[in-house]
Structure formats: structure tokens, C-alpha cells
Design a protein around this ligand. Structure first.
Ligand code: MN
Length: 229
């Protein structure tokens, strides 16, 4: 047994629907612009540029129902509803045709974003980390095992703020679908069990303020609810 010079950190984890057991989170990969309409609203041309990625720390995950503190150093704190893919198996150079065999389950997540910091970094050619990878920035509803949901090629994905729908799209609109995204990451890094992938957000992102009640959902996966405090 390894002795550590300080207490080792807890393992970040997510709830799993239908069980009290939890899914240990190893890394969080996030896809940039993966819906054409969202790429356009961010001022970019969506036409088949290869997928690109950024990351959040594993301990950014929060459970459904979380009260999310309004983060520091931003005046433009945004919601991004996303399909989350949780990997039960890892691998390198995974072919798209085999990629879905690596999926443990799916979830409804929100890629919370300090948009002002992200865009300033983007425009200066600096990393996105401070805009994307901050504390509490990845609330995710209980994962739904594939055995319960099946694989998802289409289905409504939506988000509402205080009951007003802001994002409303279909998973069929993903530029790079789940098998392509898994294959793409695995060409650059060895994926491992416990890795999760946030697959990008559709159009309609916008600001949150303290007191907002945020709900979102994906067909077959249920809903997520958070509040901003
Ligand atoms: Mn996102």
C-alpha cells in the first residue's frame, strides 16, 4: 500500500440511475463546436472542421439538484446543455464501428462556462481552461446505463432557465456523432474506463444569474435541475 505525504483526494464520481453504486470519473473531455447553429452563434464556420477538445478537471462534476455558486471573475456565466458519454472500457485507435462497445452509459450534463474569460482567451490565442475548467462547472444528472437507454442517435435535447426554454435541438444535429467523437479522442490519447465526454452544445447558450433555476433534458435520459446561488 502506498503511503502519501498528504491525504489523497477523494475520487470524483457520478450517480448512476437504478443503483446506489457510483461511476468514478477519471477525466472529462469536452468537444468544442459540435452543432452547426451553435458554431455560427459563436462566430465560427461549422463546415466540417475536425473536432477539437478541451478538458475539465474530474472534480468539476456535481450531482443533479446541486446549488452552483456563481463563479468568481466573470460577468457572463453561461449554460450549455450537453449529451454526456461515460466510458466503461478504454482503448487507443478505437474504430468508429467499435466505439459504442466502450460506452457504459449516457447522461444529461451542463458545460458551465465563464464566457467572457473563454472568448478573451480565444481571441488572444490562450488556453480555454479558465473559461471552462473552474470549480463546479460540470453538473451531470445520474448516468443511464446503455442497458436501460440503448444508444442515442437522435432525440430532443433542451434547457430552460426559470421555465423559459433557451436551448432546443436534436441529437441528430451533432456534427460529429458519438462513435466519431470516441474514435477521434482515442487517436490522440489512450481512453480509459471512467473517462467521460461532453459532446458539445446546441444553439441558444446564454447567461445565468444568481437565483436562476435551470432545468434540462434529453429524451430517454431524463432531466437535470440545478440552481445558481
Ligand atoms: Mn460545451
Amino acid at each position: 500500500m502506498t503511503n502519501y505525504v498528504i491525504a489523497p483526494p477523494d475520487i470524483a464520481s457520478l450517480a448512476v440511475a437504478g443503483t446506489t453504486e457510483r461511476f468514478p470519473v477519471r477525466r472529462i473531455f469536452c468537444v468544442g463546436r459540435n452543432y452547426a447553429a451553435h458554431a455560427r452563434e459563436m462566430g465560427r464556420d461549422p463546415d466540417r472542421e475536425p473536432p477539437f477538445f478541451f478538458m475539465k478537471p474530474a472534480d468539476a462534476v456535481m450531482d443533479d439538484g446541486a446549488a452552483i455558486p456563481y463563479p468568481p471573475e466573470t460577468q457572463n456565466f453561461h449554460h450549455e446543455i450537453e449529451l454526456v458519454v461515460a466510458l466503461g472500457r478504454g482503448g487507443v485507435d478505437i474504430a468508429p464501428e467499435q466505439a459504442l462497445d466502450h460506452v457504459f452509459g449516457y447522461g444529461v450534463g451542463i458545460d458551465l462556462t465563464r464566457r467572457d474569460l473563454q472568448l478573451a482567451a480565444r481571441d488572444l490565442g490562450r488556453p480555454w481552461d479558465w473559461g471552462k475548467g473552474f470549480d463546479h462547472s460540470a453538473p451531470i444528472a445520474p448516468l443511464v446505463p446503455v442497458a436501460m437507454s440503448g444508444h442515442l442517435e437522435s432525440g430532443r435535447i433542451w434547457l430552460a432557465v426559470n421555465g423559459v426554454v433557451k436551448q432546443n435541438a436534436d441529437l441528430a444535429d451533432l456534427i460529429w456523432d458519438v462513435p466519431e467523437v470516441i474514435a477521434s479522442v482515442s487517436r490522440s490519447m489512450r481512453l480509459a474506463p471512467g473517462d467521460i465526454i461532453m459532446t458539445g452544445t446546441p444553439a441558444g447558450v446564454g447567461p445565468l444569474k444568481r437565483g436562476d433555476q435551470v432545468t434540462g433534458g434529453i429524451d430517454k435520459l431524463g432531466e437535470i435541475k440545478i440552481s445558481v446561488i
